[in-house]
Design a protein around this ligand. Sequence first.
Ligand SMILES: C[S@@+](CC[C@H](N)C(=O)[O-])C[C@H]1O[C@@H](n2cnc3c(N)ncnc32)[C@H](O)[C@@H]1O
Length: 373
Amino acid sequence: MIKYIGSKRLLVPHIVRGVAAFPESRRVLDLFSGTSRVARGLKASGRFVIANDHLAYATTLARCYVQADANRWLDEARQLVAALGEVSPSPGYFTKAFCEDARYFQPKNGARIDAIREEIARRALPPELEAIALVSLMEAADRVDSTTGVQMAYLKKWAARAFNDLELRVPEIVPGPGVALQLDAVEAASQAEVDVAYIDPPYNQHSYMGNYHVWETLVRWDQPKTYGVANKRVQCKDYKSDFNSKRRIGQSLRAVLEAVRCSNLLVSFNNEGHVDREEMVGLLSDKGHVGVVSVDFKRYVGAQIGIHNPLGEKVGRVSHLRNKEYLFVVSERRGTVDAVVGAIESSIASAALASRSGRSKRELHDSERRVER
Ligand SMILES: C[S@@+](CC[C@H](N)C(=O)[O-])C[C@H]1O[C@@H](n2cnc3c(N)ncnc32)[C@H](O)[C@@H]1O
């Protein structure tokens, strides 16, 4: 899967265990699905998942990992990805914009990305198969990029992986039905009838459209006008999410909570976000009892490396290397909150035990439990 700020890569198993501990969890909404890691994990656990994100590349990921049924599409996907892997390189818009004017990829890989993307467009595929092909291409490009994980800048010196050859793989799609939506969160929350909603909004001012503009352009294939050293889509200038605004996030979260059609919620937020833990508990307590699990993490890779200017030059040091991810559990029933908090904690404890016995990398450090109200 692609590198993604705010991705819940390490939390997926714990979120799945938490969702399963609600008394009813057959239908689940992932309202801000991003990479679709969480939505995919929930689908793989046997649930019917509706995944929503307002950006085109994220909806494409959801169409691939949530909507596409492996029983229906896997054989065709294998043949298609093999055929796309044979397409001859042919430099075009992508190579010029992202390998020459900006340097996110080596031109040899840009020429293959251009040719494969053109071939996907030419084939006019059914939506699920097209999404699988686009995700295969996006993930292949991500493995040979030259960034720290966001597309606000590329590295001044090429990353070693950028010299590797682009290699398409078949995305690990999951059997069964599901739905991908591309709506504003409030609209999606009001449409989807579900038992549990997982809510993982952006937590700071950095816009996902800006951070991942190359994927948006690759998926839309609309050859947009671009600006600045990073060569972002001009659309990035005025396409904003209220969840990126310190002033507006409170009212936007309130609107989502009013719109959502269930009272069983799991909400992710970060201790460096625009809303602090107490404010979040205050907002959520309108929906019921609230419990909090707090997990200590390494900050994202860019923070580990340092602060860079748009040319990828190191211009500053970061103040701290760890942060906390909160999982807020909400239900009208106090017993349900306790059960879900307990399930998440025991999942984290088993992972920590496994890591201590050397079976997996030690990533999680501690978790602390508090049930308010
Ligand atoms: C923290 S990320 C979600 C990460 C995801 N859970 C994962 O593990 O990959 C937040 C997502 O919210 C999406 N988003 C931001 N504003 C939105 C809005 N108003 N409506 C729908 N999605 C939005 C962004 O595009 C981004 O993918």
